[in-house]
Design a protein around this ligand. Structure first.
Ligand code: FES
Length: 174
């Protein structure tokens, strides 16, 4: 009698309250239980920055070495010839610094002759690399990576492919 009175005034009875609570718990359990199934419908995608990057018009780069901090790449220009070497140390991935020579030097490293404007030093654990990227001191196990360059047919800008490695003597002549 009292319950009816309570319900008639709009407040739920104890039974109604327990029914709703049970329904809520069951509903929540169903949602949580099926979460892995819904999650499996969403692919595991790793969002990474693009690997092919437009650097700008070739003519805008000065002769010599230019560090492109955003991409951790050194762009080397020698007249109309361009090449790009990674600034990522092959030891644990710190960014190497370019240490220019007072005067360029003719070097032969691993049977490759080239004119070196300087060399690369890693500030983290002291690895050193010749100007052609070859590691010669410290814990770095491999040379620095050279990257493929091309000119975009759309607008003539230089495009570096950070996922595509090339030999250290690769040069793009524009
Ligand atoms: S990260 Fe460059 S020497 Fe260790």
């Amino acid at each position: 009698m009292k319950n009816n009175e309570t319900e008639s005034r709009g407040a739920p009875s104890r039974r109604t309250f327990l029914q709703r609570l049970t329904s809520g718990v069951i509903g929540l359990g169903a949602v949580l239980g099926s979460w892995p199934m819904f999650r499996a419908l969403v692919p595991n995608v790793l969002y990474e920055p693009p690997k092919r990057v437009r650097l700008g018009s070739p003519g805008t780069f000065q002769n010599g070495m230019t560090y492109l901090e955003e991409h951790r790449v050194f762009l080397l220009r020698d007249g109309n010839s361009y090449s790009a070497v990674s600034g990522v140390c092959s030891h644990l991935g710190c960014t190497v610094k370019f240490a220019p020579f007072e005067q360029s030097r003719q070097l032969t490293v691993r049977d490759h002759e080239f004119e070196a404007l300087g060399e690369f030093h890693c500030p983290c654990h002291g690895s050193k690399f010749h100007g052609d990227g070859t590691n010669y001191s410290g814990p770095a196990p491999r040379p620095l990576q050279w990257h493929h360059l091309e000119v975009s047919p759309k607008d003539g800008s230089l495009v570096v492919d950070l996922a595509l490695g090339v030999e250290r003597d690769f040069k793009l002549v524009v």
